[in-house]
Design a protein around this ligand. Structure first.
Ligand code: AR6
Length: 179
């Protein structure tokens, strides 16, 4: 396990609930490569943001797994939506971990570029895309901590978990890191 400065770990907050309600600078969408909407958290974000979000997404030309693209938040409390397709989990030997890391890192990069002071992430790829939740949780938290540390970019990070399994995994792992 990595050793992170306590003040960096304290910037991470674990929340159980619906990411569309988050009043932060940017929320991250677990999208698919078309960036034209879908089910799960993607569907919820598009419903809450309204049809203008899809209009802007049509201009983006999609995104490869691990890439991230930014739009406005429209009717959401959040100013921006950062859209990133995570990997589809196919057993773990298809670069899934690298792609998932890229999704978190590229989202943080856009947050930095757009001067965001707060960002909310869902548990990317752990729904329909089937990524094992325990491994995905560690990748998510480690990657944002690494980014903050290496880039000297310290913002409030909210992991907004919809299901009890993810909420409990994130809470436990963050506790371990806070020791
Ligand atoms: N707020 C926060 N988390 C949520 C919400 C919500 N409102 N709704 C669901 N989740 P998934 P993926 C959680 O399937 O695995 C879409 O169709 C959910 O419990 O949304 O990356 C896209 O268009 C799970 O833990 O995303 C893609 O085709 C997590 O969000 C595909 O699904 C991710 O589940 C992407 O699959």
């Amino acid at each position: 396990m990595n050793n992170y400065d306590k003040t960096i770990v304290e910037r991470i907050h674990i929340i159980k609930g619906d990411i569309t309600k988050m009043d932060v600078d940017a929320i991250v969408n677990a999208a698919n490569p078309s960036l034209l909407g879908g089910g799960g958290v993607d569907g919820a974000i598009h419903r809450a943001a309204g049809p203008q979000l899809l209009e802007e997404c049509r201009t983006l030309g999609g995104a490869k797994p691990g890439e991230a693209k930014i739009t406005k938040g429209y009717l959401l409390p959040a100013k921006y939506v950062i859209h990133t397709p995570g990997p589809v989990y196919r057993g773990g030997n298809q670069h899934e971990a690298t792609i998932l890391k890229n999704s978190y890192r590229n989202s943080m990069q856009l947050a930095k570029q757009y001067n965001c002071r707060s960002i909310a992430f869902p548990a990317i790829s752990t729904g329909v895309y089937g990524y094992p939740k325990d491994e995905a949780c560690k990748i998510a938290i480690d990657t944002v901590l690494d980014f903050m540390q290496k880039e000297n970019f310290f913002i409030d990070i909210y992991f907004v978990l919809y299901d009890e399994d993810n909420f409990s995994l994130y809470t436990t792992y963050l506790k371990e890191l806070s020791k």
